[in-house]
Design a binder for this molecule. Sequence first.
Ligand SMILES: Cc1cc2nc3c(=O)[nH]c(=O)nc-3n(C[C@H](O)[C@H](O)[C@H](O)COP(=O)(O)OP(=O)(O)OC[C@H]3O[C@@H](n4cnc5c(N)ncnc54)[C@H](O)[C@@H]3O)c2cc1C
Length: 580
Amino acid sequence: MQTHKYDVVIVGAGGAGMRAALESADRTRTAVLTKLYPTRSHTGAAQGGMCAALANVEEDNWEWHTFDTVKGGDYLVDQDAAEVMCKEAIDAVLDLEKMGLPFNRTPEGRIDQRRFGGHTRNHGEAAVRRSCFAADRTGHMILQTLYQNCVKRGVEFFNEFYVLDLVMNEGRTAGVVAYELATGEIHVFQAKSVVFASGGFGKVFKTTSNAHTLTGDGMGIVWRKGLPLEDMEFFQFHPTGLAGLGILLSEAARGEGGILRNSEGERFMERYAPTIKDLAPRDMVARAMSTEVREGRGCGPDKDYVLLDLTHLPPEVIDAKLPDITEFARTYLGVEPYTEPVPVFPTAHYAMGGIPTNIEAEVLRDDIHVVPGLYAAGEVACVSVHGANRLGTNSLLDINVFGRRAGIAAAEYALKAGWVELPEAPEAATVQLLEGLRSGEGGERTAAIRKELQDTMDLNAQVYRTEATLKQAENDISVLKQRYANVTVQDKGQRYNTDLLEAVELGFLLDLAEVLVVSAKARNESRGGHFREDYPTRDDVNFMRHTMAYRSVDADGTPGVHLDYKPVISTRYQPMERKY
Ligand SMILES: Cc1cc2nc3c(=O)[nH]c(=O)nc-3n(C[C@H](O)[C@H](O)[C@H](O)COP(=O)(O)OP(=O)(O)OC[C@H]3O[C@@H](n4cnc5c(N)ncnc54)[C@H](O)[C@@H]3O)c2cc1C
């Protein structure tokens, strides 16, 4: 075992982690621990854009952006946090520009902007051009730009280090425990501040736009420490995954004029959102698509998808602004988007919920109290700027704004705080977890359990949910958890043991799926990405509140989920009917 000592440890080298590192490394001794090479983080897969009311191509302002974010989130957004994000958006984009990010430009040389779902002019009048972009590779450019700037400033990275535990002492942050993939060695990092920036958990679903690595480790670690998770029932299903595959086709396709059609050739979004049609928020579009399919107007031999029509766009616009995603359609479905519509269907995309924080990115241990020295930012966190449904391009914004804030706050805390003593054998729980898995002889296979988990989640906790389907998912997860106790890892070695780590990751997925389903079952209403067929309307009287899930342990030692709720922070906007 090796030990290290840093003022600040950042877990994750995606957009949020590296944006935090740029702030913290200038001020303190900072280490970034990441299970992937930084440039393989999922931020690099982001396509469509990052929004800010720059007003470069038409009138816009941050207050309209805040309103859209709150309304888009079906009023579950903490409005103070949304105000911070939308105000700081402008500098967040300009900071990236100064770091060298090659944004698409207008003929006059300004940063170009395009339309995205739910972003409107003057509180819903019409779609507005607010999203800054670099073709359909915006996330790739952000990730590369941040990485280059980290390298320039000498940020210390520990690549392919899997953080598996958070070390605390009497309620205060003391460090983390990590597993080095190359050697199988355990490392203890003592730190005054720890920032979780470890991304989402889309791999609980089968059909997902998320990378294989998005297994929610950060949320899982914090959960096992007895800290709460917020609003986990709110998962976003992106309307346009490639049918049958889930690979994402950015909403930018519709921002640039793409149209969704059913088997009758009808532009069906005109019926669901007469004003902004195909650019309605994602929850509404995903549900509309599922409804079309359910009512028999799906396309293809099994009538199980709808079509994204780009054929009216000039090929040069497609090539300049949507080159990657059109190539995906050609490669994976053999469809030529210049001349043929592309089969699409909703795909699990984004976790609105996560580790609760305040606007300084400090992690909360209950409704109001923070955990000293612990921070979270990006998809792993719930600030909550996205409420019940995130607007497109608000996540690349979120990771930059709150990544920066987390880096500053963690560094400032470390500069004034003393060291928290490491408890005796801080690595003990991690060693026990790994040895337990390595020596398991029960014969259950990780891949089989993971597949069954993803199957039940797709079937029972997707775009449409009912008490019965959620109960089914809960039962299935409980059985899978029992089977997981008998999982057998075939690779018993020390070096590059991905078999072992996949088993660890599956443990996190099972925990998080359970929290999602239990939280969803108790929310007897429909709001944003959470749609209950048995309670199809929003219920502000009983459910205008955030879910706070806590890990509980029964008398016999079985862990479970205990739910509590906390109020939504409201500053300027009263909930209204959500029409588009
Ligand atoms: C296909 C796709 C397209 C998207 N397009 C857009 C878009 O156009 N606009 C937009 O706003 N949003 C978009 N999103 C969403 C957005 O990209 C993500 O929400 C955001 O990039 C998440 O950033 P992050 O820094 O929080 O996490 P990530 O970029 O996922 O990074 C997570 C990091 O944590 C590390 N990590 C995880 N677990 C551990 C562990 N146990 N130990 C150590 N390190 C760990 C990983 O190595 C990685 O470096 C898209 C998402 C997808 C999947």
